[in-house]
Design a protein around this ligand. Structure first.
Ligand SMILES: Nc1ncnc2c1ncn2[C@@H]1O[C@H](COP(=O)(O)OP(=O)(O)OP(=O)(O)O)[C@@H](O)[C@H]1O
Ligand SMILES: [Mg+2]
Length: 379
């Protein structure tokens, strides 16, 4: 177990482009840190630099107060699990798991004990005599993770370890990984594309774009208090709705006005700043699909009901069982999605009036794309 620190870490493969730029992060002992971001943003590169599989172009990597830029991968004492876990097909599960320790000349008795311990943790004891060809995808993945935990490394580095599994198995393995982390407490860095994995497994999420960190914070802070338009749109499914509109003073308060003329009242605590900085100017409003409802809620009691809702025409209704996602078109042709209860009536072509939880919406500056009321996280 250990701390991992990256100081101004950069990577360029070809001198002209940076795959990772000025990466600063303190990962504390026992943390489960998730790297997310669009394809090509530098997640795997960062992980591979930490593992020592990729040379660091600039900056410093510290593991347990030791500068590690030039330490050989095998001496860093980290275990990596890849998306395409490589098991030796001709060897049994037992030998696959024992292999790393056998080449390190660990005594047989000790290896035997460790293999059985790891197999017990992952519930694969009954599979030890089989060969990889006789295992399901999820079982192979468990063997790969078993091999990784055997050594009790300082940290686990996992690059999309579950992405080859079907949805049900992924969900099951996700719970097992969370449980494993709770039991072993090993520092873990985990790359994923999966929103649910990021939100449920991570003690901290690092959102990356174009080689830079855009925000690093707890899952709830990333969700409730996104730093900018990119992070707000990237985390959450379906994505946050963005609407451009103008800020108008309205008596003591303020309204956000869409091109169609539909108005939303800005809560009192935000109205003053909005008028001061944006009166008659454009801003972008962000509303998560789950912050629409068919009924006027008491959370909005400080606002007027007639200026708390949006009317739209239903385009598509997706019934998901426990809830329904409505895709609607506002009068100015703006499209938005709303996550509503299964009881919500309405068919494509019908008009629907929805209330917005105005205390949970976000406002973004059109030029800087920053969240105007960002509270700030640890980074
Ligand atoms: N060996 C390499 N040589 C040159 N460029 C590379 C190399 N490996 C990665 N890159 C580039 O570096 C950037 C970051 O790649 P990286 O693999 O870290 O992305 P990623 O965030 O893991 O993406 P994905 O989600 O698709 O796995 C990309 O632009 C990629 O094309
Ligand atoms: Mg990758």
């Amino acid at each position: 177990m250990s701390d991992i620190t990256l100081r101004n870490v950069c990577k360029s493969y070809d001198k002209e482009h940076y795959a990772v730029k000025d990466f600063n992060l303190d990962i504390h002992d026992g943390e489960f840190v998730i790297f997310v971001g669009p394809s090509g943003c530098g997640k795997s590169t960062t992980l591979r630099m930490i593992a020592g599989l990729e040379e660091i172009t600039g900056g410093e990597l510290w593991i347990d107060k030791q500068l590690c830029n030039y330490i050989e991968p095998k001496d860093r004492d980290l275990s990596m699990v890849f998306q395409n876990y490589a098991l030796y097909p001709q060897m049994t599960v037992y030998d696959n798991m024992a292999f790393a320790l056998q080449i390190r000349k660990v005594p047989k008795q000790e290896i035997n004990q460790k293999v059985h311990e790891a197999a017990a943790i992952l519930g694969i004891e009954q599979l030890l005599k089989r060969r990889p060809g006789q295992l399901s995808g999820g079982q192979k993945q468990r063997v790969a993770i078993g091999s990784a935990i055997m050594r009790r490394p300082k940290a686990f580095l996992m690059d999309e370890p579950l992405s080859n599994l079907d949805a049900k198995l992924r969900a099951q393995m996700r719970v097992e990984l969370a449980d494993l982390h709770k039991r072993l407490g090993t520092t873990t860095i985990y790359v994923t594309h999966d929103q649910t994995e990021a939100m449920t497994l991570g003690t901290r999420i690092v959102v990356m774009k174009d080689g830079f960190i855009r925000q690093a914070d707890t899952p709830s802070a990333i969700y409730e208090d996104p730093a900018d338009l990119f992070v707000a749109g990237f985390i959450g499914s379906p994505s946050m709705n963005f609407m451009e509109g103008t800020i108008h003073k309205n008596g003591e308060g303020a309204d956000f006005v869409l091109a169609s003329g539909q108005k939303l009242e800005i809560p009192k605590q935000k109205a003053e700043i909005m008028v001061e900085r944006y009166h008659n100017k454009k801003v972008i409003l962000g509303i998560r699909p789950e912050h629409f409802s068919e009924k006027f809620k008491k959370e909005n009691a400080n606002l007027s009901a007639d200026r708390c809702g949006l009317t739209g025409t239903i385009v598509v209704k997706e019934m998901l069982g426990a809830e329904s996602i409505f895709y609607l078109k506002e009068r100015s042709a703006l499209e938005f999605s709303a996550r509503l209860s299964v009881e919500t009536q309405g068919r494509p072509g019908d008009e629907l009036r929805l209330y917005v939880d105005m205390n949970r919406v976000h406002f973004f500056d059109t030029k800087t794309e920053k969240n105007i009321f960002y509270h700030g996280g640890q980074q």
